[in-house]
Design a protein around this ligand. Structure first.
Ligand code: PGA
Length: 248
C-alpha cells in the first residue's frame, strides 16, 4: 500500500552542467520506475535540473531549508525559495548536518514544520552512531529523534513527510545495516509514529533506509516489510548506478 520512494542525495557534488548531464542520462533509465524518484541536488543546480526533468517522472529536492520565511540569515534558503526553484522535496536533519553544521533535534523540528507548512515534502533523517548502537541505545534514540522532529505536525500533514533511517556508521563507509537490522529499527520508528499520531498515520508513512545502499544490496533491503525506499548517497552520482537502485 505504501509506494516506495528512492531519493538521491548528491551532497556537495556536481556543477550545474554536470548535474544537467547526469539527469539527462538518468531520464530514459528510470522512466518506467515503479517508485517515486527524487534527486536532491546542490542549490546551484536547481535551475539546470528542474529544466532537464520537465515532463519526466523525476522530482527535484533540496538538502536543507531554513525555518524562517525570510530575513537576515546569510547563506540560508527559505521553503518558498526552494519551491519557486522547482523543488518538491527537501532533506532535513541529515547526519552530516548534525555532525558538521550544528543541527540539533530542535532545529530539525523547526525546519520540518516550516517545510511541510510551506507545502514541501520533507525527508527527515534519523539514525544512531556506532557507539550508540553498541551501547544499546538505538531504539531510544531513533524514537526520540523521530518524535521530536515531527512534533507540531498533524496526522494529515504526515502525508508530506518521509522518514529516512540512516545509521551514521553505515553512511559512506560501505558498511550496510543488515536487512534485518534495518527492518527492525524502521519498525521501531513506525511504532514511535504510531504512539505520536496513531496507527493509521504510522501505517501510511514511508520510511526509507539509507547508508551504503546500492544496486548490490537494494533487493534484500526492499524485500523487508518495513522498508519503503532508500536515500542514496554515493550510488546516486552515476546514472547507471542510481538507475539500478531505482529499478530494484
Ligand atoms: P551513502 O550516503 O549512500 O553514500 O552511504 C547516504 C546518505 O548519506 O544519505
Amino acid at each position: 500500500m505504501r509506494k516506495p520512494i528512492i531519493a538521491g542525495n548528491w551532497k556537495m557534488n556536481k556543477t550545474p552542467a554536470e548535474a544537467a548531464q547526469l539527469v539527462t542520462d538518468l531520464i530514459p533509465l528510470v522512466k518506467d520506475a515503479a517508485c517515486d524518484v527524487v534527486v536532491c541536488t546542490p542549490a546551484v543546480c536547481f535551475a539546470a535540473v528542474s529544466e532537464a526533468i520537465k515532463g519526466t517522472n523525476i522530482k527535484l529536492g533540496a538538502q536543507n531549508v531554513h525555518f524562517e520565511a525570510k530575513g537576515a540569515f546569510t547563506g540560508e534558503l527559505s521553503a518558498d525559495m526552494l519551491k519557486a526553484s522547482g523543488c518538491e522535496y527537501v532533506i532535513i536533519g541529515h547526519s552530516e548536518r548534525r555532525q558538521y553544521f550544528g543541527e540539533t533535534d530542535k532545529t530539525v523540528n523547526l525546519r520540518t514544520v516550516a517545510a511541510v507548512k510551506a507545502g514541501l515534502k520533507a525527508i527527515v533523517c534519523v539514525g544512531e552512531m556506532k557507539d550508540e548502537r553498541e551501547a544499546g541505545y538505538t531504539d531510544i534514540l531513533v524514537t526520540y529523534q523521530t518524535q521530536m522532529a515531527l512534533h507540531g505536525l498533524t496526522a494529515e500533514e504526515l502525508d508530506n513527510v518521509v522518514v529516512a533511517y540512516e545509521p551514521v556508521w553505515a553512511i559512506g563507509t560501505g558498511l550496510t545495516a543488515t536487512d534485518e537490522q534495518a527492518n527492525e529499527t524502521i519498525g521501531v520508528i513506525r511504532k514511535a509514529i504510531a504512539a505520536q499520531f496513531g496507527e493509521e498515520a504510522a501505517a501510511k508513512i514511508r520510511i526509507q533506509y539509507g547508508g551504503s545502499m546500492k544496486g548490490r544490496n537494494v533487493k534484500g533491503l526492499m524485500a523487508q516489510p518495513e522498508i519503503d525506499g532508500g536515500l542514496i548517497g554515493g550510488a546516486s552520482l552515476k546514472a547507471a548506478d542510481f538507475a539500478q537502485v531505482v529499478n530494484f
